[in-house]
Design a protein around this ligand. Structure first.
Ligand SMILES: [Zn+2]
Length: 258
């Protein structure tokens, strides 16, 4: 099994949007993950929508009041995949932690891949016609998709398991992987933004279900104490933060200390 991660752009945002009560702004990485196992090529999350590179695009103007956006050449999903020797048509499946634009946006570049989303998340995104939480452009009802009602062991060998971590959104999910070492690796998604979120049990100003998200942090903490490595949703200490830095990280070597 090979697992690689890369930043599909960076956002500048209010710190309170990451941890309630914090002040100022923070530049955060927007990671996506490439997993190759047993003949399948899977993505976990897809990074920013490619249109955000053009600051005059409709989508860029939509997010501009809330986020500063950097998606330099070389960093959108397809460019990242090609730097890994993968063509967009090679991707079999995109497992989405949830359907916020910074996770689903790049999936428009791998249109043949099946989306894997919790049914509750898909339905929440479809129902949000006002676009309060989800961007309309990201809800493609024509898209091939597999809607899950809970856990899913993708290969049936226990190596890559989709696990429900509701709280941040209505149907958030994380990915539990057993690497070749063998060791447990959890791609948290936005179940946990930062190392500090876990250590201080801190939530952002708003979440779909705060008590469920706190329960998710308890679970992640318990897994880490049992030896799991955690990769947080947007922790700058785990990713290259330089715009010119085009590193792809082999996830088995990632710094889990934050
Ligand atoms: Zn996010």
């Amino acid at each position: 099994m090979r697992i690689r991660g890369f930043c599909c752009g960076w956002l500048e945002m209010d710190r309170a949007g990451l941890i309630s009560g914090d002040e100022g702004t923070m530049r955060i990485p927007i990671p996506a993950y490439l997993i190759e196992h047993a003949g399948l090529t899977i993505l976990f999350d897809a990074g920013l929508p490619p249109e955000l590179r053009d600051s005059d695009s409709e989508r860029a103007r939509e997010i501009a009041p809330f986020f500063g956006c950097d998606l330099p050449p070389g960093t959108n999903l397809v460019e990242r995949l090609r730097s890994c020797g993968i063509e967009p048509g090679d991707v079999d499946m995109v497992v989405l932690s949830h359907m916020h634009f910074d996770h689903v946006g790049g999936s428009s570049l791998v249109l043949d891949a099946e989306l894997v989303v919790q049914r509750a998340e898909w339905e929440a995104a479809v129902a949000d016609v006002a676009g309060d939480q989800y961007m309309r452009a990201d809800v493609d009802v024509e898209r091939p998709r597999r809607l899950l009602d809970g856990e899913w062991d993708i290969f049936g060998d226990g190596r890559v398991v989709v696990t429900v971590t509701v709280g941040h959104t209505a149907g958030h999910q994380s990915l539990r992987i057993i690497t070749d070492d063998p060791r447990e690796l959890i791609l948290c998604g936005d179940a946990c933004y930062l190392r500090r979120s876990l250590d201080t049990r801190s939530l952002p100003t708003s979440s779909f279900d705060a008590s469920a998200q706190l329960a998710g942090l308890e679970w992640l903490d318990e897994r880490e104490r049992s030896g799991a490595r955690l990769v947080f949703g947007h922790d700058p200490s785990q990713w290259p933060m330089d715009l010119a830095d085009d590193r792809v990280i082999e996830l088995t070597s990632i710094h889990a200390d934050g």
